[in-house]
Every structure is written in structure tokens, then in C-alpha cells.
Design a binder for this molecule. Structure first.
Ligand SMILES: [Zn+2]
Length: 217
């Protein structure tokens, strides 16, 4: 029998994860579920809903499924590879407290809700961090670099959380300072920040050593 490493709640039910998610199932109330079962359930949830107590919404897991799979479910935000300021912004985001225009409009009904990054759609969490052409351009520019990095869960989450942070910073620069940070500049900042952090941490933990060469490419 597999070794149980941790437990978490999935849609209100307690379940267990196992060391190797590719070969071992998840058991919920005595019933066995494979990754595909969870993926099907997850993708049926609207993006703004949260499937677990960690606060990440379904949109996060859908967009990162190819990297994280079911391992992405437990809280990742406060892991060491994340810069504290990145973790904080992501924490506020997943708790739906970030002051995006859609939220502000509830208190100021006449306010402008158009996304300042693309001027195409309303600024809400799902749009700004996933669907916006600015967010897509960042992911496109990171894709080649990201794909060559070995899948280490905490490194993957550090990249995603850095993307959230830098999108938020670029958005605020455009609104409050009237300055544009291009998607190319943001992608460079994300690479630089994550690489520097992992290089720093590799002296403390060998699990990051496998990522160093690819992070620096
Ligand atoms: Zn947009």
C-alpha cells in the first residue's frame, strides 16, 4: 500500500494524497479517484470558484494543471521559493480581497471597470490574471524557459505566484503612474526574480539544484 504523505479537503471532503500522483489514486470516503476524475470535476467548476480550503480558485488550477496536477491543491503560497511580497499579493488575490475594478465598482457604481492592460474587457480576477492578452503574452514569453525547468512543485508555484505579482505591479504602474511596463519587461523581471531566489535557496536545499541550469538559460 502507498505511503500517505498529507491530507487535505477537496470540495468539502477529506482526502489523502500519496507520494506519486501518477501511479497512485486519491481516496475520498473509501472511493478511489484517479487524476482524470479530479481533472474532470475541476474543469466543471467555474473559474472564480475555489475547490479547496487553500483559496486558489479553479481558474488557477485549470491554467496550471499541466504543471501541478493534483499536487497543486495544498497551500503553496508561503513556501520558501516565493518572495514575501509575491506571496502577500497572491494571498490577498486568492482571498478575493485585491482591489480590482470589478470589486471597487460595487462601492462606486459609476467607476470605470475596463481592464487598463488591454482595454477590451472588464477587469476582474479571472480576466486580469489569466485571460487578458497581457497575461497571455507573459506566459507566451516565459513558455520556452519554463518548459525546460524540471517539474519541482515549489519552483512551479514560485513562477506562477511571481506572474500574479508582476501583473499586479504592471497594472498599478499603468493606472497610478501612467507608465507602461511591457509584457517583455515583466517576463524578464519574473525570470530574474525567480532565478535569483532559487539560486539563493539551492545552498539550503538540494531539491532546487536540478532547476538551476535551466533557470539560468
Ligand atoms: Zn485585459
Amino acid at each position: 500500500m502507498e505511503t500517505c504523505t498529507k491530507t487535505y479537503a477537496y470540495r468539502g471532503e477529506h482526502c489523502a494524497t500519496f507520494t506519486d500522483r501518477r501511479t497512485t489514486p486519491i481516496i475520498i470516503n473509501g472511493r478511489v479517484y484517479l487524476d482524470m476524475d479530479i481533472k474532470t470535476a475541476l474543469f466543471s467548476i467555474p473559474n472564480i470558484k475555489s475547490p479547496g480550503p487553500d483559496g486558489f480558485n479553479s481558474g488557477f488550477f485549470k491554467h496550471t494543471w499541466h504543471k501541478l496536477g493534483t499536487l497543486g491543491m495544498p497551500g503553496l503560497i508561503w513556501a520558501r521559493p516565493n518572495m514575501p511580497r509575491n506571496a502577500f499579493i497572491s494571498w490577498v488575490l486568492i482571498n478575493h480581497r485585491l482591489l480590482i475594478k470589478q470589486r471597487l465598482a460595487k462601492f462606486q457604481p459609476q467607476s470605470d471597470t475596463l481592464c487598463v492592460m488591454c482595454s477590451a474587457e472588464e477587469e476582474n480576477e479571472d480576466h486580469l490574471f489569466y485571460a487578458c492578452s497581457y497575461a497571455q503574452a507573459i506566459r507566451d514569453q516565459l513558455r520556452q524557459w519554463w518548459n525546460q525547468i524540471p517539474t519541482v512543485q515549489q519552483v512551479t508555484s514560485a513562477i506562477i505566484i511571481a506572474i500574479f505579482y508582476h501583473i499586479w505591479i504592471a497594472r498599478n504602474h499603468r493606472i497610478f503612474r501612467k507608465k507602461q511596463i511591457t509584457s517583455c519587461q515583466t517576463a524578464y523581471l519574473i525570470k530574474d526574480q525567480v532565478s535569483s531566489r532559487i539560486l539563493f535557496l539551492k545552498t539550503y536545499s538540494k531539491k532546487f539544484s536540478s532547476c538551476v541550469d535551466s533557470l539560468l538559460n
